[in-house]
Design a protein around this ligand. Sequence first.
Ligand code: PLP
Length: 388
Amino acid sequence: MTKRIANRMAQISPFYVMALLQRAKELEQQGKDIIHLGIGEPDFPTPKLVAKAGMELIATGEVKYTAAAGLPQLRERIAQFYQETYGVKVAKERIFITPGASGAFLLALGASLNPDDEVLMSDPCYPCNSNFVSLFNAKTRFVPVNAASDYQLTADAIKAHWQPYTKGVLIASPSNPTGTLIKAAALQQAIAQTSALGGCFFSDEIYHGLVYDGQATTALQFSDDVFVINSFSKYFGMTGWRIGWLIVPEVFIEPVEKLAQNLFIATSTASQYAALAAFEPETILELERRRVEFSKRRDYLYQALQSLGFTLETKPEGAFYIYANCAKFTNDSFQFARDLLETVGVAVTPGKDFGNHAENHYIRFAYTTSIERMAVAIARIHDFIGRL
Ligand SMILES: Cc1ncc(COP(=O)(O)O)c(C=O)c1O
């Protein structure tokens, strides 16, 4: 029987938090009150104008395929967004509309990786991207990182870990699970180092826009020879619409277009029309209000976790995560997460979802719920820790 399953499936890791989420749902069905600090999804609804634009398109009944690369007006609008936000010029031909950042990664990695190639990623990092690498029969070389480099890969680490089969480097800033940003100079050096070694640079910028201190820098500020992956999921509050974008180096336009035609034909047409409204001033105003709210939540949770005794090695500057060291309470953060859910109804994500580097000593908290609910969660965690 198992012979029918592809060998590569052994390399694809499950998302452990999904098992916890499933259990949380069961407990909720039994009438228990669960506070969700595990989910990496904004709790805010799709912005009104965005939902309206999507519904208007659906109401016309003209919901046909678009070009594989996406609606020309959306690609143009994204190019304009880069000019306005970062002062960089991007040719619209280099911009592909994709089914989320996930679709963007499939295209970028599919068009650049040969079997047995390696991609360097930080440990901890968001797990799906390395599973995509495995899907193309390539490998991920995880590089342990810590607070000293803001949990980001440095140019020196890239050079030290580069192997004959290394094909590229993937950096995510702000990072999931740590919420930390790579500094502009460090990003520039990492890109230059990768370029000197002849590799591809993949910059996951999905949490841009959700930055509370300092400013996020796009890889495009330093080079045109980079892949930039972004999405309408997080800052724009459109997770379920499955829409994002990919910017490719010029030589990859043709290969990525071919792959997009075959993998997706096109991204959801209603989502593309909806996304056009994501850049309207009224929408941006609402999204900026949400950003301020996330910033307040971050400050609240950061302080509250510290007073509970968690060790916070950096202050996260973006995304909506705090990666807390819980070594004071446990040597098994997965069990800790399970017990926290079962006994006091608080759902969090265990470190082992993000890598193998000291993973048993970390928990990711997502501040994707209100301060009022987080306050209840903190009181419950206080009780739980008191009973250990
Ligand atoms: C760092 C990172 N990259 C990519 C994704 C994929 O996002 P989507 O496919 O919803 O755009 C996520 C989702 O949580 C993420 O955290």
